[in-house]
Design a protein around this ligand. Structure first.
Ligand SMILES: NC(=O)c1ccc[n+]([C@@H]2O[C@H](COP(=O)([O-])OP(=O)(O)OC[C@H]3O[C@@H](n4cnc5c(N)ncnc54)[C@H](OP(=O)(O)O)[C@@H]3O)[C@@H](O)[C@H]2O)c1
Length: 330
């Protein structure tokens, strides 16, 4: 099968197209004919060898995909060949076939094409579990989202709004903030031009935000933490700009908490909550509340460029990689 593969840890530019044997599904797994995949920032971290998991070489990156079930492995009863599905993958989406756990594979929602399906599971599920179960975001609270026009950031904006929060989107350009506004943000702060803490305090009459969803980290963290009010919850979601150190004194003085949220925790330890999150997301999607943005679509051969759009901060929402665009979407 055609795949964009990684033969050694390094820069994303070292990825290359190759013909490799298709993977085989084991017990509880599904082999998927991939129609579309999408880029996640974590793909570049995995290719560099710095991700939590390190696949054996050669491997294709790609943490999610949508397509049709080709083969079901032993013990899989809830899917059959031909089903239209989306899946969260350990890796391998940038290839014509990929293996997924049946428990991390879902039927495409009504009205969802393969491209939307490929752009949905990682960003929306991980943002939902982070805010719903870990951050315990409640209706009427104020949610601050950093990197608010990124894949997971924009998902957090839409989900936060759907959950009844007042959403303050923070991002680096006016185009990105406009996208966040169009997708539910009540307020917008440009953190390259304005002081994040001052703006959030001004927008909340000095009270501060209740929850911060942070996929960015790095130098912004200090200001973001200060913009949380009494009892605020800081969700460490990702570190695209660096891993911050948490000053415990500033948690204590305002009765705040800082917490990590990992989709992998819910996959491994709380599949019940993961399933409830998918049900709530399906409900929101059905009502038209979630409208993922796909700013770019590129063929598999340009998968490196798809990843570069993220590492160079040029994407808004998701970047889809078309693997088999000739496949009918019905
Ligand atoms: N915890 C979990 O369960 C989980 C699940 C999925 C992903 N993640 C993590 O979340 C993070 C974001 O992933 P994503 O796929 O949403 O990424 P993304 O689509 O590339 O979005 C990241 C955003 O971060 C901002 N940013 C600030 N500094 C940046 C820099 N130096 N380089 C790149 N972007 C920068 C950009 O917005 P501005 O230009 O507006 O600043 C960009 O839109 C990654 O670390 C990923 O591993 C965590």
């Amino acid at each position: 099968m055609r795949a964009l593969i990684c033969r050694d840890w390094g820069e994303i530019d070292t990825l290359e197209m190759a013909d490799i044997p298709p993977p085989e599904p084991g017990p509880g797994q599904i082999l998927l004919d991939v129609v579309a995949s999408s880029a996640n920032f974590a793909d570049s971290i995995m290719v560099a060898g710095n991700y939590q998991t390190k696949p054996a070489f050669p491997f294709a990156p790609g943490l999610e995909a949508a397509g049709r079930v080709a083969v079901v492995g032993p013990g899989v009863e809830n899917f059959k060949p031909g089903d239209r599905v989306m899946a969260k993958l350990a890796h391998g989406g940038f290839a014509e076939q990929a293996v997924a756990e049946a428990g991390e594979t879902w039927p495409l929602f009504d009205g969802m094409d393969f491209a939307l399906g490929a752009a949905f599971a990682v960003a929306y599920l991980s943002a939902h579990v982070a805010m719903r179960w870990q951050g315990r975001l409640e209706a009427g609270e104020t949610l601050l989202v950093l990197g608010a026009a990124g894949g997971s950031g924009l998902a957090a904006v839409e989900i936060g709004k759907a959950m009844g929060a007042r959403v303050i989107a923070a991002a680096s350009t006016e185009d990105k903030l406009q996208a966040a506004r169009e997708h539910g943000a009540d307020e917008a702060v440009n953190y390259t031009e304005e002081n994040l803490k001052d703006q959030v305090l001004a927008l909340t009459a000095g009270e501060g935000a209740d929850v911060c969803f942070d996929p960015v980290g790095g130098p912004l963290f200090d200001s973001a933490l200060s913009s949380l009010g009494w009892g605020g919850r800081f969700i460490h979601f990702g570190f695209v700009a660096g891993v911050p150190q948490v000053p415990a004194n500033r948690l204590l003085v305002k009765h705040r908490s800082a917490m990590g949220s990992s989709l992998r925790y819910f996959q491994a330890r709380r599949p019940d909550l993961l399933a409830r999150s998918m049900e709530e997301l399906a409900d929101y999607f059905g009502k038209g509340t979630l409208r993922p943005i796909i700013s770019h679509r590129l063929p598999l051969e340009q998968g490196v460029e798809a990843l570069r759009l993220l590492t160079e901060r040029r994407a808004i929402g998701k970047v889809v990689v078309d693997v088999a665009p000739e496949v009918e979407d019905k």
